[in-house]
Design a protein around this ligand. Sequence first.
Ligand SMILES: NC(=O)c1ccc[n+]([C@@H]2O[C@H](COP(=O)([O-])OP(=O)(O)OC[C@H]3O[C@@H](n4cnc5c(N)ncnc54)[C@H](O)[C@@H]3O)[C@@H](O)[C@H]2O)c1
Length: 282
Amino acid sequence: MDKKAIGVVGAGTMGQGIAQVLVSSGRQVMLYDVAEAQLERAEDKIGKGLARLVEKDKLSEDECSAALARLGKTTSLETLGDCEVIIEAVPEQPELKETLFRDLSALNQDTILASNTSSLSLTRLAAVSERPERVVGMHFFNPVPILKLVEVIRAEQTSDATVAKVEALAEELGKTAVAIADSPGFAVNRLLVPMINEAAFLLQEGVASAEDIDQAMKLGAAHPLGPLALADLIGLDVCLSIMEVLQDGFGDPKYRPCPLLKRMVDAGYLGRKSGRGFHIYE
Ligand SMILES: NC(=O)c1ccc[n+]([C@@H]2O[C@H](COP(=O)([O-])OP(=O)(O)OC[C@H]3O[C@@H](n4cnc5c(N)ncnc54)[C@H](O)[C@@H]3O)[C@@H](O)[C@H]2O)c1
C-alpha cells in the first residue's frame, strides 16, 4: 500500500530541504506556502538538489524524475487535510506559528503536526492546537539533505504514539532521531551557540584574533569549522536570537549574549549572507 503524503508548510530554506529528502525517499509531498513565487523557486531548487545527486551517482535519472513528480505545490491550506504528518517550517515568529497550528489542527484530527522551530516552546504550540497530543518538534539541520540529525522534541502533551511515528519517519528519510524534552535551545543549539558566544567574548577581550580562534578549534578540537566561521554561516542575527532565547528561558547570566555579537548585528554584519561577519566574504 502506498504511504500517505506528508505536508510541508513554508517553502523556504528548510521547507525546500525537508521536501527534497521526503520526495527522494519515496513520499508524496504537498508543499504549502503563502507566496506562489516561493513555491516556484522551491521546486526549482529541489530539482537542482536532486540533479546534483544524479551527478554524484546517488540517484538515477529515472529516480530523479519520479521524485520530482511526487512534489505537489499549493497555496491552499485545505489541500493538506489528507496528510499523515505536516511539517511546519515558516519563519520563527510565535504568533505566526500559533495561528498556523490552530488552523492546521482543525483540518484533520488524525494528522500529526510537527514544527521545525529552532527555539520556540512546543508545549505552547501544542496548547493552541485542537489535538495537543499530536503536536511534536521535528528539528532538522541545515542543509537538510546533508545533515543526518533530527531532534524529536516532545511537548508536555505529546503522546508516545506521536513520538514513535515521527521517529520512524526520520529513520525512513535516512536520518537519526534523538529524543529531546521541550527545553530552551533543545540540545544542539544549547551546546553550540554558547560556544560561539564565548568565541565572540575571546575576540572582544583581544585574547586572540578571529583567524586564530577558528584555527585553534579546528586543530585543537577537530572541529571542521571554527566557531566564528560557523557563526558567519548560521547568521549572527540567528545566533543572537538563540542566546536571547536561552537567557530568557533559563534566566541564568551564563547565557548573556556577548556585547560584540550584539553590536555586529546592529551594524548589519550578519555573516556570509551580508558579506561580512567575523570574517569578510567577497
Ligand atoms: N535556516 C536554518 O538554518 C534553520 C535550521 C533549523 C531550523 N530552522 C527553523 O525552520 C523554520 C524556517 O526557517 P527557514 O530558514 O527555512 O525560513 P525561510 O525564511 O527561508 O522560509 C520561510 C518560508 O515560510 C513562508 N511563509 C511565511 N509565512 C507563511 C505562512 N503563514 N504560511 C506558509 N508559509 C509561510 C515564506 O514565504 C518562506 O518561503 C524556522 O522556524 C527556523 O527557526 C531554520
